[in-house]
Design a protein around this ligand. Structure first.
Ligand code: ADP
Ligand code: ADP
Length: 542
């Protein structure tokens, strides 16, 4: 072998001459002989938000540990560490020179938001206020708490926060600190669209107004596009090696990533492009009605929260997207459908078997993945199941692992597989995109779509990632109202009408990227933004 790869040559070529240019140079770091190697490093810049886009397991954490001064890079010489002076020499003349000099001199301080916020309660006892007060180094905490709407949970114990609340508390705790370098590993999981946009704006303001360096890893492409000034694409063979490209413009970086081909690197990273096209609406005759439900209402307690559901019809064999803010009654509606909850007026009376994947995946028994999945379906291991479920969800590699040892993204994929493997009349998935990288989102999305088509299954998907919803859904159900107070569920609509409804509530418009047709968020009050609002075309503008 050429000494780079552990198992097999990912390029089907042993000759060095066929390897991409980056791999012919020394890596920034190699953990050991035949161990993971990282090529290239992201270059944080003062006053800018730098993004990294790529799969998990490709060395992003390794890169950040280097930039934080926690890990001394060995330039591939794992036997004798070269030391920071030589590392600085190796980066002389690059964008990283000044930054590495500061790291060497111990002058870089770092604030970091971890990827899996669900684990924060394991390491902190106390309430939100106690956690956040310790981080108020810039005197901005009150304003951040206000804009992220954390106020209502300030006196709540960290143990009792939902995933979406924990995510916002973790973002606030990171942004409130006064350091040179901020790293946020995934901003959006469990946040709704408006919370995503607010978080992106807060992060941008920190970089712009305070002249800080911010590095983000983010898999929601619409938000990454809004958030970052420059972008490094990361590619390679997870677990074997990773390459971080030099910085690209955000637009080019995302477009090249989606196209599967990196222009400057002359590198194909995926056989097929990921394409966004406006959905040809399914004809009314297609798909019989699976269920028709009347107008429903449901309130909790003494009317602290009230939900009104417009009557509607769910078709057989469709993927129905569900969008709307957190706390607006989406799960309540799901429970009315499943009969887990009784409505106050209007009878749902559905008599349907529903297979449900909750937003917060809690499978963590001491059981192997294969044992768990084979307990759900006797199709487990059949060639059909392998092709339609295991492969697109990349389960083969983790079949022998224990559920309790899985990462958040792995757990998510197992939960999606479990939901689809059950036999049911209706499949309901709440935020399947959380913690999946872009590639995994696209694969999971097409697995869900194919499953609906081939099994004549009806699927409802709640998600806040607008690209996932665009790729996935045939029709859209929009929730609006006042979170935690009153919600209204609209009847299922065609995609264009649904997106217009949803985005009008948020006052966000999208334009189409000329090269890839990828939707991009317009700058508020730009010419296009005003025009599209006037035309009522928020998403699928011509
Ligand atoms: P990412 O953040 O992109 O998910 P990481 O930087 O955490 O990736 O890890 C990249 C690879 O390096 C993984 O295959 C991981 O197993 C390996 N790795 C991480 N830390 C070590 C270490 N201390 N020793 C050996 N291998 C490691
Ligand atoms: P979503 O799924 O859109 O995030 P939910 O349906 O979970 O929203 O919740 C809507 C509102 O109802 C929230 O304010 C939530 O706190 C409240 N709520 C949910 N379940 C209960 C319950 N069992 N008792 C009282 N309030 C509840």
């Amino acid at each position: 072998t050429c000494g780079i790869c552990v198992e097999k040559c990912p390029f089907d070529a042993i000759e060095i001459i066929n390897l991409p240019q980056e791999l012919q140079d020394d890596p920034a770091h190699r953990y050991g002989e035949n161990a993971f190697s990282l090529y290239g490093l992201p270059a944080p810049q003062e006053g800018q938000v730098t993004g990294i886009l790529g799969p998990n397991g490709i060395g992003k954490t390794t890169a950040v540990r280097i930039l934080a001064g926690e890990l001394e890079p060995n330039l591939g010489r794992h036997e004798e560490s070269p030391g920071w002076d030589e590392v600085l020499e190796a980066y002389r003349g690059t964008e990283l020179q000044d930054y590495i000099a500061d790291v060497r001199d111990g002058e870089v301080t770092v604030a970091r938001k971890p990827q899996y916020v669900d684990q924060i309660p394991n390491s902190f006892d106390g309430n939100t206020r106690q956690l956040l007060e310790r981080t108020d180094e810039r005197g901005e905490l009150d304003s951040i708490v206000d804009r992220l709407e954390i106020g209502p949970v300030m006196d709540q114990s960290i143990d009792d926060l939902s995933g979406g609340e924990l995510q916002r508390v973790a973002i606030a705790a990171t942004l409130a600190r006064d350091t040179d370098f901020y790293f946020l590993d995934e901003v959006t999981p469990y946040l709704d669209m408006s919370q995503r946009v607010t978080s992106a704006r807060l992060i941008r303001e920190l970089a712009e107004k305070e002249d800080k360096s911010v590095l983000v890893v983010e898999h929601d492409l619409a938000i990454l596009d809004l958030l970052a000034d420059t972008l490094h694409v990361a590619y390679g063979e997870p677990g074997a090696y990773g390459v971080i490209t030099p910085p690209k413009s955000v637009r080019n970086g995302i477009n090249e990533y989606l196209s599967g081909y990196l222009d400057n690197e002359n590198m194909r990273i995926r056989p097929n492009p990921i394409e966004f096209e406006e959905h040809a609406p399914r004809t009314e005759t297609h798909g019989d009605t699976l269920v028709e439900y009347p107008a429903l209402t449901k309130s909790y307690g003494d009317g602290e929260f009230t939900l009104e559901v417009e009557s509607g019809r769910i078709r057989e064999n469709e993927v129905l997207g569900i969008v709307g803010p957190n706390g607006i009654g989406k799960s309540t509606f799901a429970k009315l459908l499943t009969g887990n909850l009784e409505s106050d007026s209007g009878a749902a009376d559905l008599d349907l078997d529903i297979s449900y994947k909750p937003q917060y995946v809690t499978i963590d028994q001491h059981m192997r993945v294969d044992a768990f999945l084979s307990s759900i379906t006797d199709q487990f291991g059949s060639s059909y199941w392998n092709t339609e479920i295991a492969q697109p969800l990349q389960l083969e590699r983790i079949m022998e692992q224990n559920l309790s040892d899985l990462s958040g993204g792995e757990r998510q994929r197992v939960a999606i597989a479990a939901c689809l493997s059950d036999s049911a009349d209706l499949y309901l998935l709440d935020e399947p995109s959380a913690h999946l990288d872009v590639e995994q989102r696209v694969q999971a999305t097409s697995a869900i779509r194919r499953y609906a088509e081939q099994q004549d299954a009806t699927v409802m998907v709640i998600d806040h990632d607008i690209y996932s919803i665009d790729l996935l859904a045939d029709r859209l159900m929009v929730f609006d109202g006042e979170p935690a107070s009153h919600g209204r569920a609209g009847t299922p609509q065609p995609m264009r009408d649904g997106m217009n409804d949803f985005l009008a509530n948020l006052e966000v418009t999208f334009r189409r990227d000329e090269r890839t047709s990828r939707p991009r968020i317009n700058k508020p009050d730009s010419q296009l933004d005003k025009q599209q609002k006037a035309d009522g075309e928020y998403y699928y503008a011509p």
